[in-house]
Design a protein around this ligand. Structure first.
Ligand code: HEC
Length: 169
């Protein structure tokens, strides 16, 4: 981010969320304390992402989401999930594991683990309320998330995909 913009945003955040409401603001954006593990952009429809070096799952991601014009994203990882993420272990602790934040579009995509199960969600960045779609086949329907995150089992371990290009250590 441009330095000037960063300062303006920091100042406006102080102004808007001054004093008592600081904790409310940080609760709604709890992932801001987490580690950013990947950053990227969903390119426009028709972009030859494979020609640009993307793997098949990223092409599929582009095909699924390009029409929504979500723009750039950062994925934030819960520190509790760090060890599993790094080693590509399937054993994630019960919690929200990661949030893929689309600032411009104002939505966050979430992956949670509970008792060995993986759950997907879509939240409004303003208030954390669900923006998941119930429409069959819709890109923001949790079933659509699962189809990709679970079916690309070489790329994604236990429903987590962002660590696919990093060799296990
Ligand atoms: C067509 C495939 C595909 C679909 C559909 C998809 N994702 Fe992903 N998702 C990915 C890929 C690939 C990454 C890794 C992105 C990167 O490397 O920066 C990712 C990353 C994520 C992350 C960051 C954690 C991780 O796995 O690395 C979250 C959270 C996430 N997706 C949630 C969702 C949710 C919620 C949905 C449905 C609303 C969804 N995804 C739909 C492919 C998909």
């Amino acid at each position: 981010m441009n330095k000037f913009l960063a300062i303006v945003l920091a100042l406006s955040a102080m102004f808007v969320f001054g004093n008592a409401s600081v904790s409310a603001a940080s609760d709604a954006n709890y992932w801001k304390e987490w580690t950013v593990v990947t950053k990227g952009v969903i390119p426009e429809c028709g972009t030859d992402v494979v020609g640009l070096g993307a793997d098949p799952i990223f092409k599929s991601l582009t095909d699924t989401y390009c029409k929504l014009k979500l723009g750039s994203y950062s994925t934030y990882l819960n520190p509790a999930a760090n060890a599993a993420y790094k080693s590509r272990s399937p054993k994630y602790p019960d919690d929200r594991t990661a949030v893929m934040v689309f600032e411009k579009a104002g939505i966050g995509l979430t992956v949670d683990h509970k008792g060995g199960r993986v759950d997907f969600g879509v939240i409004d960045l303003k208030d954390g309320k669900s923006k998941a779609s119930k429409e069959q086949g819709h890109p923001l329907n949790p079933q659509t998330c699962a189809m990709c995150h679970v079916s690309y089992s070489d790329a994604c371990v236990s429903g987590v995909c962002g660590n696919r290009l990093k060799p296990a250590k």
